[in-house]
Design a protein around this ligand. Structure first.
Ligand SMILES: NC(=O)c1ccc[n+]([C@@H]2O[C@H](COP(=O)([O-])OP(=O)(O)OC[C@H]3O[C@@H](n4cnc5c(N)ncnc54)[C@H](OP(=O)(O)O)[C@@H]3O)[C@@H](O)[C@H]2O)c1
Length: 246
């Protein structure tokens, strides 16, 4: 008999943003630990690729643009009862204050904050979440660690953290848990906007000497989805190679 407190056997888990980066790595790690996954994203080819990298074949995918209510409804209507939800879909937009407009602010807030908030509401209201479900929001150290040009993204992740805490409190009596992970920089599609020279300079700020890998965030998601953290809710888990130590 093998003892594994982090097993996800018997759990149905939804991962948004699973066509790429942290969401993809999360789907793969969860499948290795026995979960049955529903993965979603906009790009069907890359979602298929994620499926092909996952263990076992019992998983499904839903192609949906969650910015629109049609996409959100399509996803929600395709879901079974869920034991875990991972909100990984997100975008990065870097602009100094004087270039911030109502339009680009609304677009960023829509994907990074409003979508996870509305999806959580739908899942709870439609009783899709099991009584001991675990919700994991992928936030960012940017929520409280300022960097130039990052105002809108910082604000979107700050809102997400506060939302997570409110959900954790409100749903605790139902046995549902909510936590967030705050990664430092992880090389994915999201970071292609940042030049190599900027990255090289930035890495010097990381005491552990490098950026993170998607699977290092995915393993923390597994921890939060597993029964090992049944008494953990409302927590912000920082994984940043020591960036915010000083
Ligand atoms: N990478 C980092 O350094 C870092 C650091 C801290 C926090 N994070 C957070 O981690 C999360 C994942 O980021 P990542 O680095 O893995 O980025 P990524 O590789 O660019 O993946 C982003 C994912 O979000 C999906 N997505 C974006 N807009 C969507 C929409 N309107 N509807 C549905 N899906 C949408 C994308 O789907 P399609 O490609 O199919 O459109 C993709 O699967 C984000 O919330 C990000 O803010 C990342």
């Amino acid at each position: 008999m093998s003892y594994n407190p982090f097993s996800l056997k018997g759990k149905n888990v939804l991962v948004t943003g699973a066509s790429s980066g942290i969401g993809r790595a999360t789907a793969i790690e969860c499948s290795r630990l026995g979960a049955k996954l529903i993965i979603t994203g906009r790009n069907s080819e890359r979602l298929e690729e994620t499926l092909s990298l996952m263990e076992d074949e019992a998983h499904s995918m839903v192609v949906a643009d969650l910015s629109y209510s049609e996409g959100l409804n399509l996803l929600v209507n395709a879901l079974p009862q869920l034991d875990g939800v991972v909100h990984s879909a997100g975008v990065l937009k870097r602009l100094p204050l004087k270039f911030v407009t109502e339009e680009n602010l609304a677009e960023l807030m829509q994907i990074n904050f409003i979508i996870p908030a509305l999806l959580t509401r739908h899942l709870y209201k439609k009783k899709i979440l099991s009584t001991d479900a675990s919700i994991v929001f992928i936030s960012s150290v940017a929520s409280s660690f300022a960097s130039l040009g990052n105002i809108m993204y910082m604000a979107s992740k700050g809102a997400l953290n506060s939302f997570m805490k409110g959900v954790a409190l409100e749903l605790a009596s139902s046995g549902i848990r909510a936590n967030a992970i705050q990664p430092g920089m992880v090389k994915t599609h999201l970071t292609v906007l940042i030049s190599d020279s900027e990255i090289e300079k930035d890495i010097d700020c990381y005491p552990l000497g490098r950026y993170g890998k998607p699977e290092e965030i995915a393993c923390a998601v597994v921890y939060l989805l597993s029964d090992a953290t049944k008494w953990m809710t409302g927590t912000l888990l920082t994984i940043d190679g020591g960036l915010t130590l000083r």
